[in-house]
Design a protein around this ligand. Structure first.
Ligand SMILES: Cc1cc2nc3c(=O)[nH]c(=O)nc-3n(C[C@H](O)[C@H](O)[C@H](O)COP(=O)(O)OP(=O)(O)OC[C@H]3O[C@@H](n4cnc5c(N)ncnc54)[C@H](O)[C@@H]3O)c2cc1C
Length: 436
């Protein structure tokens, strides 16, 4: 294995928006020598869900840098300016930019950052004490298959999440039974099938259903949407509810005992799991429009129903074992394509679990995290592992919210430099979550 000489101050594992924001903010901070490794060959933000017409669920101000430093050259407005789109953006009069544009903006930033290395997968990390405390990081070059060893004083994990697919949907042909994360890759092939069923009722399910509904009249397939939830519920989007995605709420949540955090988090699904009002409205409007004149639509929307199992049929297509749990009724549903809108789960690479003795774990096997986003450790060492991923149990509903990534990165940078590069304000919202 090739050994790289310099000892870095920081190595980032994964380059999604959270670590890309950190890389952008560190770009002009010379005292931190950082490298970020991403296994994909270029920056890509949920490519299977960059559906035309979808938009960001946070204002463009939650770009990679603006909320830390609006004068930073990697701001979204500078991207707009450099692409000569200022008047068009001005007349657009929107805070919620298209999702495809956010991806393009992030790629524009990533392409300018020499600290970001693509096509490189981190395959192992170890803490070593010889020659001064450092982490050793094994990095595989995906194209050449060669591995290299890097050394760093600190790490930052930004490995994000991966699609979560129920066991019963697995092992079937991936062009027929796939996760929404792969929707655009499979979309064209499934349009010519006779029937398509979307299972689940979050934002991804709704966006997929809306997109297929727009195609359905042209292609003529039967389109069904099945969910276990009691309704196709809207996300909590009132301005005061949005204050749950503030540093103030994160700090309040962090201060609670772990058992209470787990209880509260379990009740907060609609802050991040429901469907945006505008998407529900689009779907309703389309259904209304299509049904003018009493036309019967080949469309079904079914709530309160669990899909318990899936079988491939001998003559093609699939049979879903369904259970309406309020009526206590079992039935089967047939379809040619199943799209699982069954969410995502945090991705914590195995090599983190191999650091069993170095880190502190809770009684449910989750790592413990300090308030300022360091993994708690047993070892007596100045080296830190900062973390963006898998922290909803400690930091709550805002853990994956892009509007909070800057705040977290400001905290991380202040710790790395040992000075207040970015001041942090204590009171950012109108309401109080705690009492004096
Ligand atoms: C479709 C969709 C839309 C969303 N829209 C919004 C929104 O509008 N607003 C909002 O606030 N949130 C949104 N979210 C939630 C959240 O902001 C995103 O999931 C965001 O991508 C999280 O960023 P991240 O950097 O933590 O991780 P990710 O974007 O998941 O990136 C992690 C990266 O790490 C890489 N990686 C993993 N392991 C390794 C390794 N060992 N070596 C090298 N690389 C590795 C992966 O390849 C990946 O590119 C959305 C989520 C989804 C799924």
């Amino acid at each position: 294995m090739e050994q790289q000489e310099p000892i870095y101050d920081l190595i980032g594992i994964g380059t999604g928006p959270f670590n890309l924001s950190l890389a952008a903010l560190l770009d002009d901070i010379e005292e931190v020598d950082a490298l970020f490794f991403e296994q994909k060959s270029a920056f890509e933000w949920h490519p299977g869900m960059l559906i035309e017409g979808t938009k960001m669920q946070v204002p463009f101000l939650a770009d990679l840098v603006t909320m830390a430093d609006p004068t930073n050259p990697y701001s979204f407005l500078n991207y707009i300016s450099k692409h000569d789109r200022m008047y068009q953006f001005y007349f657009l009069q929107r805070l919620d930019i298209p999702r495809r544009e956010y991806n393009d903006y992030c790629r524009w930033v990533a392409d300018q950052l020499s600290s970001c290395r693509f096509g490189k997968r981190v395959t192992g990390i170890r803490h070593v004490k010889d020659n001064g405390d450092t982490f050793e990081v094994d990095v595989l070059d995906i194209e050449t298959g060669n591995s290299a060893l890097y050394r760093t004083r600190n790490l930052v994990m930004g490995t994000g999440s991966v699609p979560s697919m129920p066991q019963s949907f697995q092992g079937l042909p991936e062009t027929d039974v796939f996760h929404t994360a792969d929707f655009l890759i499979n979309k064209d092939a499934c349009l010519n099938k006779k029937s398509i069923t979307v299972v689940g009722s979050g934002q991804s399910a709704a966006e997929t259903f809306r997109d297929l509904l727009q195609e359905q009249r042209r292609y003529g397939f039967q389109l069904d949407w099945i969910t276990r939830s009691p309704g196709f519920s809207s996300m909590e989007e009132s301005k005061l509810s949005l204050e749950h995605f503030s540093p103030d709420y994160v700090n309040y949540f962090y201060s609670l005992p772990q058992e209470q955090k787990d209880e509260i988090f379990a009740t907060q699904g609609l802050y991040y799991k429901g469907i945006s009002n505008h998407t529900v409205n689009d779907i309703y409007n389309l259904l209304y429009e299509y049904s003018v004149g009493g036309e019967e639509l080949p469309v079904g929307l079914q709530v309160l129903t669990e899909v318990r199992d899936v079988h491939a049929k001998a003559d093609g297509g699939y049979e879903l074992d369904c259970y309406h749990y309020q009526k206590g009724k079992k039935y089967t549903h047939e379809t040619d394509v199943i799209i699982a809108a069954t969410g995502y789960k945090p991705y914590v690479p195995d090599f983190v679990h191999y650091m069993e003795d170095f880190l502190v774990w809770d009684d449910q096997g989750r790592y413990e995290v300090t308030e300022d986003y360091r993994l708690k450790k047993n070892a007596d060492t100045p080296n830190e592992i900062f973390v963006h991923s898998g922290i909803s149990h400690t930091h709550g509903v805002g853990s994956t919210n892009l509007g909070l990534s800057i705040y977290r990165n400001k905290l991380i940078i202040n710790q790395l430099t040992g000075r207040e590069v970015f001041p942090l304000s204590e009171k950012n919202i109108f309401q109080s979550f705690s009492v004096q």
